[in-house]
Structures are given as structure tokens and as C-alpha cells.
Design a protein around this ligand. Sequence first.
Ligand code: GLV
Ligand code: MN
Ligand code: MN
Length: 406
Amino acid sequence: MRINRKRLEESMEALGRIGETPRGGLTRLALSDEDRHGRDLLVGWMRGAGLQVSVDQMGNIFGLRPGTEALPPVFMGSHADSVPTGGKYDGQLGVLCALEAIRSLDDEGRRTRHPVGMIIFTNEEGARFQPAMVGSGVMAGKIPLEDAYNARDRDGKRLGEELERIGYIGPEPCIPRPMRAYLELHIEQGPILEEEQVPVGVVEGIVAISWSRLTLHGVQDHAGPTPMRMRHDALVAAAEVVSGVREIPRQIRGNMVATVGRLDVTPNIPNAIPGRVTMSIDLRDPDEHNLSRAVGMVDRLVKAEARREGVTYELEHYWRVPRTAFDAEVVNTVERAAKSLGCGHRRILSGAGHDAQYMAAIAPTGMIFVPSRAGRSHCEEELTPMDDVEHGANTLLLAAAELAGA
Ligand code: GLV
Ligand code: MN
Ligand code: MN
């Protein structure tokens, strides 16, 4: 039993055109018009494949292929939203490989004891609405539905209203449902598989993640007449914090990473001293204890730099996802599937967050990685060679079929 490579490639191309950027990347922000068009296309394909489609209160989309017995389903899935000027593989590939696996079961006339289904999760990226992985987070009971609905984008638009606007607030409650297993195929987004020329990563777990929001309040004033001694510049304090955050992984040692990815400066004009800066701080570590130490270091860093510049601040550590270990049986099944294909594979830990991280709290969960060219993602250059995609998709198909009792 194998997937149909040509059909998968065609659906990748068709979905990749929705939100395509001039440089061949993708901007399909959560709950944008592009997201709606992508969802509509996917739902049409799911119905075309005979799946029973439903949508929950968070806009998560489910498609189900019945099994021969009344048993909990095996779900495969990922997300179809992207970051701005992102790539055509992050998320989208997992959704399309799930669909392709189901289509392939149909081609072969393969019945399974457990139903087999797919899920398209809402706002995995957290680019437009924070935090990330919100569709799976609500489903797993880790994020209250009302908090998710109340998240606002830069223009002040509420997630709940945007979900309604694009027609994807469904009637089904967004709560844990019985699952035999959850499987997610994704690009690695790091360099390991490509460097080692291994097409399939058997993912054992995901690092712990912490997101913080810092707002620095300085004194907005004229850039000309205000002497240097009188300034309380929010951006100067922010710059010191950016440098300090960069130093934290060096001090912690090991595999920690730390990123300031977002900076909003007010009033953001050439001739005013910045009065206010809001920034994001993203910290990740395989070790929960290191992550907690790093959060404490951020607290002290911000306090010291704010005092030095004479500015006030609010610092909120608003999102934390623990280090996640995937289910041993599911991981072993993925490994066996890759092995039976005769393709190279290795165990690997994910440095990126995925819906699988929340799903692991409510279902036996595992992931399959395929290589990222030059290790790059969250950029327009994202690329996975089609041979690797095919190995990954076949691994997904065989693992899902085994778990579903084909
Ligand atoms: C999701 O893309 C993440 O932030 O890891
Ligand atoms: Mn992703
Ligand atoms: Mn992503």
C-alpha cells in the first residue's frame, strides 16, 4: 500500500496557490480570507473523498472515514494557516498527507477496524492571534474557549468574530474526543535530517516553550530639543533587553534558544523619542528546569534595564507549554512503518511547537518529520524534496493503517 505521489503533488500545488507570495512563499494568516479559501478547498476535497465533515466551536475541521467497528478513530492532521511571508510546507503538508493517506486507503479498498480521520487545526501559528496552537489547546482543555475567542490581532479584531466572519464557527463542542491515536506529519524546520540525509524523522517529543510579552513605557518627546540627559527612551531599554535575551542561552548552556521576534514601537517616527515599546520573548529548551531558570533571568534582565533607562514596564509570561514526550506505542509504530519502507529514519526531538503537543495530553500521539532544505522554515524558502515527502507520507499511511487495524 502506497500513496499516490502525483495526486499529492497536485494538491500541494493547488493549495499552495491560495495566499501565494510573489517570491513563491505563502501568507495565509489564521482566519483571513486566504485561510477561508484554503479551508473551503480542503473541505471540498474531504467531501469528495467521502469523508463525513464537521466543524467545532474553534473552527477545527474534522473529516471521518468510518471503520468496521464502533471504536475510537485514528486521526491525522496539522494546520493550514501560515506565518506572514512563510512557506508552503509548514502545516499544509501534514494536512495534505493526511488527506492523501485517506484517499490511498480508498484506492486500495482497505477497510479499517477503527475509523480513520483528519483534523485541520485553527491558528496553529500564533502569528496573527497569540498564543499559538490555540485550536488544539482549547480542545485539550489547556486554553479556555473564551480566552481564545478574545485574542486580538494588531488591528484589534477578535478571534471569535473573525472565525464567524469566515464562516467557520461550528456547532460541535471543542472538547477532547475519544481517539485511538493522533499522528502529525510535519517538516522538521531544522537542519538535522538534511545534514544526515535521512528522509524520515521519528519524533519522540517536543521541547518546552515559554512566550512572554513586555511593554516598556518611556517618555515620548521631541528628538531635537530634548537633551540626552533628560531622556527615558523605551526603545533604548528594549534594545538592551534584546541583547540580554540573546545572551541567556549562552549562560544556561545546552540546547536553549531565545528569540525576540516582534517589536512594536510607538509612535515609530524619525523625530520622536519612542514612548512605548511592546515586544515578544520566545524561550525554548528540552529541559523544563532550564526554561524556568531562563524565565527568571528575563525577569531580572528587564528590571535592571528598565531601571537603567528610567522607564516602567509590564512583563507577562502568558503562555507555557511543557516538554512533551510522545506515546511509546505510537512512536514505535511510526518507526516500524519507516523501517518497512526501507527508507532511512532516525529518532528526533522537535524544537518547534505543534498541535501534537496539546493532542498528546488527550490521545496517544506521535509525529513524523521530513527534511527542510537548509533547515529553513517560517520563510519563503521552505522546501522539502518530493522524494522525502513521499517517504514521509507513506510512513504516515502505514502507521495510521496499523493503528487503525487495517
Ligand atoms: C510554531 O510554528 C512554533 O512557534 O513553533
Ligand atoms: Mn507548523
Ligand atoms: Mn509554524
